[in-house]
Design a protein around this ligand. Sequence first.
Ligand SMILES: [Zn+2]
Length: 502
Amino acid sequence: MLLSRRKFFSESAWLAAATTPFTSIGAAAAPAGKRVPGRPNQIIQLVADGMSMGTLTCADYLSHLTRKRGLTWMSLCQSPGTQIAWMNMRSLNSIVTDSSAASSSWGSGSRIVNGVVNVLPDGRHLRPLYSLFGEAGWKRGLVTTTEITHATPAGFAANVESRGSAEAIAAQYLERRVDVLLGGGRKFFTAKDRKDKRDLLGEFRVHGYETFDNLADLDKAGLVNRWLGTFAESHLPFTIDHENDPKAQEKVPTLAKLTESALRWLGRHGNFILQVEGGRVDHGCHSCDATGAFFDMIAFDEALDVCLDFQRSRPDTLIVITTDHGNGNPGLNGMGDKYGNSAKLLSNLLRMKCSQSELQSKIEKIQNEEDIRLVFGQLTGFEPSAQQAAMLMTFLEKRGQALYESMNSVSVQIGQLLANHIGVGWTGSAHTGDYVPLVAVGPGCDRFRGFIQNTDVFDHYLSLAKIDFKNPEVPLLAESGPDAMSAESVAEAGGPGAAFLV
Ligand SMILES: [Zn+2]
């Protein structure tokens, strides 16, 4: 969808667009502006996984180039009916969270150790959001562009000691009867791929689920049975690669389409809760892949549009839009004389023919500098110098050495090289400890403002649904290693410890 729009941009058009002040371009169609009192009967939480503020900003700029309007996320911030908050996402053992501890903090109201899903260090299982809401008669849905068993969806519904236990998570979705499951990760449901050889797909069907694996069947699916849709063996493709692959376009739905379908199923019911994850934004940032991450942000924004459309017909819907942590912290740098080249360079994203991950897989097969330059030029519109190609070769041959050790990988080095072309630099390729933005609109949104804790989200959802329950919490653990800040020392120093220790 995005590509077809981009194709209409001629060379001169996008250059002109790049030099137009972004702020002067009209905002997206204004979302519903009025504040709706009372409690929501439906809750939708959208998560752009691993989205740093620079990712949001660059995606907004890119949206102006591709759609001639900014992100709906940003225009929503201007609506009088919207609440905006900052959220501390730290986990039990680290200021920097991973996705499973992050989603579990929303899903259980308790901080846990990174890498775990809704289990405390002493082995106690926390009751997840979707079990509690299911008992209260709410329907529950999970939609993602990653494997459906991935950490962020799992945090609302599962309990496992390691987020990698995808097969166990898949089985728990069945045991707990999550009503709508749409994403990737088919291999965790099929007998031929599962270690325990269980035919979980068959078991889902025996228990009344409709299962499908392509767009056409999603469109045809009935609304009586529960749904399990897995549209890839692993993750769904990056948006930029999806758009350039007609076969994938035919078979694999976009995040907006998945969201629309989930709402078609869930919307027939009085009460439901839905999590929608743009999960590959995080994957893009782990690879310093601006193309992968930013185009997926726009696809995420199109899913947000679907949710806002739904809210217009059902104003008793609370929509919460956020991320679980920063990642790689990309930023558009001041480039050129008086920084006059930044916008023009960013518009070079429109010349990218594939995600950086795809580019990397191609150049990893190349053994000489000349061909690297050629392939780079073909796929990105940027031909590195002979010296740059030679330096990149040292990383491909595992001889290269970056001064900042976290940058010691081929993907980070390609990201650095492409920064010359698109103006986007990176701090590294890991999650970051930034406070994250949260935007809420709809009944109950007043609870989400100011500076909040990740664990507050669970309490608010339960309270809004009139569910009286509290999971156990344990004191924060000190980080390991000689230079780690302990929870106590942070608090004593009077730094941001007060925020960590609520
Ligand atoms: Zn994450």
